[in-house]
Design a protein around this ligand. Sequence first.
Ligand SMILES: [Zn+2]
Length: 379
Amino acid sequence: MSIDDPALLDIHRRLLDALERRPSSTRPALARDLGVSTSIVSLRIHELIAAGLVVESGSAPSTGGRPSRTLRLASALSPVLAADLGTRHARLALAEDDGTILDLVDLDIDTSSGPEVLLPSLADRFDAMLTDHGRASPGSVCIGLPGPIDPDRGSVDSGARLPGWHGFPVEQFFADRYRAPVAVENDADLLALGEHLAHTGIRSSLSVKAGSALGVGVVIGSRIHRGATGSAGDISHVRITGTGDEPCSCGKTGCLDTVVSGRALGRQWNRLTGGAAGTDDLIASAIDGDALAVRLLRTAGTRLGEALCLVAGFFNPDAVFIGGRLSTVEVFLASVRAALYTGCHPLITRRLIIEAASTGENGGVLGAIARAREIKPRA
Ligand SMILES: [Zn+2]
């Protein structure tokens, strides 16, 4: 019988029809459905898998013997869309059902343009990525935003870092657009999830995003721990004594953010040097060994490490990961580590992993892909 034989094509077509009607069928179930022998179905399914039209998707519950593999149409494996947004930059991803990245796109954005302008343009870009890869619609979507998130509403819970975004229904916007489940998460939480999942053998971790602002995400058992109001890990506005009572964006003074965030350090650097280049110049100068820049980042790392001692002592995580731009400076990282070792009980630090985040610029988007896969309906 040749591959073009009408009888063979007919069985192929009937098998594809049956899998469209009943995803997760097994070979014996398909044989019963079509009224042909299991050996014929096995042979034809083998050909359809080789042609990339059908995939094995799991195992059916065993009825005594070896469990049968379940089958699905390859086209039913809808991809996921993920975005990690900063205030000026966004990284968008299209990924397969199994997390394999198909496309990554970097965009310069301006969140101050507001969600009514920015979100439709992001969705248009998502649409172009789907079209480029021949995909019709996503199975789920995850959007990371640089601000506090109301986990029940899927919206931004404060306009302090995202003016004009407070209460805008981000989750609803993408749910209406794609008719798929949508998760809206804080960027530091997604970075924490992405970094956590990049390591094996750890159950709980803290991840610090030491960028222009300071953020901390908590992951327990491979899931984001949000807390009662979505603010778990937010230690940026804890008051630190001896900071010179710098005013903070939250309206208070002397917050951890005013001594550790890249934005605050850039301001200090400009004041001390009379320049205007801010954080980028500070980081470059510290890497070059400039004594003043090194001192500023050493102090910031020590302050952060001291604050993390309380969290690590309370939470006893397997790992503390430090990401964000400041983590690229060795003296900053070494000072965090030293303060943790000095300030924590040895039982806390005995096996504690303290490392620079390994996922770099991709941590947030990897976390967003993982979160999108988590909420995706399973066939
Ligand atoms: Zn504050």
